[in-house]
Design a protein around this ligand. Structure first.
Ligand SMILES: [Zn+2]
Length: 197
């Protein structure tokens, strides 16, 4: 593999640590750990559906994705998610919950830990395309365009699963429903007044 120590420049050698073969420095304590990268994605709920961006960069140029991105070393993941949303959909977003934590296996790059949050636009905010997006759109959760990344598809599927129990719990016999106002589904965020497209 030909990697070198970041401390002393020596060629790394194979050592077995905790049952795992790793490259380590023969002179000091440096070990080339293959840690996963940590990435976030946010399902931003609005009245009209969830906010997606169409990518203006590779990978996935021209395809839709959830806003989000990598977590910096000094960042809380939720803060990183909010920062990435602001960069990508140009709108302040509040994280409102956790959808799940996912292992995203890669063969050609470090694997990722993907953290999917639920979020909403800060009152009055309107999304628009940031530097890495061609456009942004709002789509009903049950009719999304195809997404650039399998991990985002997994996250959306998990999100849709999280919505289902609330909808299943809601139905009542028709005679009871009739006199009441219909409750909004959990996919709709009443505090978010604006509708995009
Ligand atoms: Zn060294």
């Amino acid at each position: 593999m030909g990697h070198f120590c970041v401390n002393c420049g020596a060629a790394l050698v194979i050592r077995v640590i905790e049952g795992r073969e790793v490259e380590a420095c023969p002179n000091d304590s440096f070990v080339l750990w293959h840690d996963p990268k940590v990435s976030t994605a946010v399902i931003v709920e609005t009245d009209g559906g969830i906010v997606l961006g169409r990518r203006s960069i590779e990978p996935g140029y021209g395809l839709w994705c959830l806003p989000g991105g990598f977590v910096n070393d000094d960042e809380d993941p939720a803060a990183a998610a909010v920062r990435e949303c602001f960069e990508e959909i140009s709108a302040p977003v509040e994280v409102t919950g956790l959808i799940g934590v996912f292992h995203i296996a890669k063969t050609d790059a470090p694997s990722m830990i993907g953290i999917a949050y639920r979020g909403r636009l800060v009152d009055g905010a309107r999304p628009s395309a940031g530097a890495e997006m061609l456009e942004v759109g709002v789509f009903p959760p049950d009719s999304l365009p195809s997404l650039a990344f399998p991990s985002h598809r997994t996250m959306v599927a998990e999100y849709l699963k999280s919505l289902a129990p609330a909808e299943e719990a809601a139905p009542r016999p028709a005679r009871e429903v009739a006199p009441r106002a219909r409750r909004p589904s959990r996919a709709r965020v009443p505090r978010q007044p604006r509708r995009r497209r």
